[in-house]
Design a binder for this molecule. Structure first.
Ligand code: ZN
Ligand code: ZN
Length: 313
């Protein structure tokens, strides 16, 4: 999608992207799980624990981190012993667009072992709806192919090298659950973004993400296995393998773009080095998640839902 693929530039842009920084905060499945639950109105430690099945020490650790970055704010609801509810701050509420995109993806492709809303209802227009990604400037519905990308590495976000983005170490139990639940983590999202930016070959992906061949090879075959990538042999060179997006990874684009916009605007206060433009209206693309029935912007307080039972219990 770039005019000519410049691997060095792509590497710098990915390393300084608001996405990669945003994923440092929201790239692990437990954190995403906590946020999804809080948006469903689950606020107390024990309820969060039983809803998400997160081990208690992990949950208190994630809650502490979310309070620290200012997306949740604890409120005492019982004095003795002290018990807290976790409420969304304004900054946290800004993650609603990204959350709606996760719900949508999970409805279509997910196998999350946690109850998520089956039906969303928009109180404003009184209709059940599906969230859709639209362009803030012109209001049109937008998919990945409606955008072009320009790269402009942001030196202020350069302090941490991309190589430092090692995935958090997982216990055996966590990795086992990973294969049942959420199949998408920080590394997969960065690999997908590299592919969106035009890196289709193994060596290209390895170079722009700074991942060594052994680790990358495991990652890519894992992603092919769960249907996030398609792998083919290059028609011109049988030794080279080509990686392409699938319908399910294309559907993750909404989440990627909403999370990276939130990270730039509300968390880092810096523009992203990956800049999408809406081809139809020629404006810089800013996402807005809207109701597919009335096309109004969605806010958590205007949406009600019916929750399903967990699929995997
Ligand atoms: Zn537009
Ligand atoms: Zn509506």
């Amino acid at each position: 999608m770039l005019k000519a693929l410049d691997l060095e530039l792509t590497h710098d842009a990915l390393a300084t992207s608001t996405l990669s920084h945003g994923l440092k905060v929201f790239g692990d499945r437990w954190t995403v799980q906590v946020m999804l639950s809080v948006f469903l109105g689950i606020r107390r430690f024990d309820e969060l624990q039983s809803h998400s099945g997160i081990p208690r020490p992990t949950l208190s650790n994630r809650l502490r981190a979310l309070v620290q970055i200012g997306v949740l704010k604890p409120r005492l609801y019982q004095e003795r012993p002290p018990r807290h509810e976790y409420h969304l701050t304004r900054k946290g509420t800004g993650l609603y667009d990204a959350t709606l995109m996760v719900w949508l993806w999970e409805q279509r492709w997910g196998s999350r072992a946690v109850a998520l809303p089956q039906k969303l209802h928009h109180k404003t227009c009184q209709h059940d709806f599906s969230p859709e990604l639209t362009c803030q400037a012109c209001g049109d519905k937008v998919g990945m192919n409606d955008l072009s990308f320009s790269l402009s590495p942001n030196a202020r976000l350069r302090h941490e090298p991309l190589e430092g983005m090692s995935p958090p170490r997982m216990s055996t139990r966590e990795s086992a659950e990973m294969s049942l639940g959420l199949r998408v983590d920080r590394w997969s999202l960065l690999v997908l973004t590299a592919v969106v930016l035009g890196c289709h070959y193994f060596d290209q992906i390895s170079k722009v993400l700074g991942i060594g061949p052994n680790v990358l090879s495991r990652r890519l075959s894992g992603m092919v296995e769960v249907g996030l990538l398609r792998c083919a042999t290059d028609a011109h060179d049988a030794r080279r393998r080509l990686y392409r997006l699938t319908p399910s990874s294309r559907d993750l684009f909404g989440y990627i773009v909403c999370l990276s916009t939130w990270a730039g605007e509300s968390h880092l206060h810096e523009p992203s080095s990956i800049r999408p433009r809406h081809l139809a209206c020629q404006h810089s693309f800013m996402p807005r998640v809207a109701c597919d029935h009335c096309h109004q912007t969605l806010f958590p307080w205007d949406v009600s839902f019916t929750s399903s039972k967990a699929k995997n219990t």
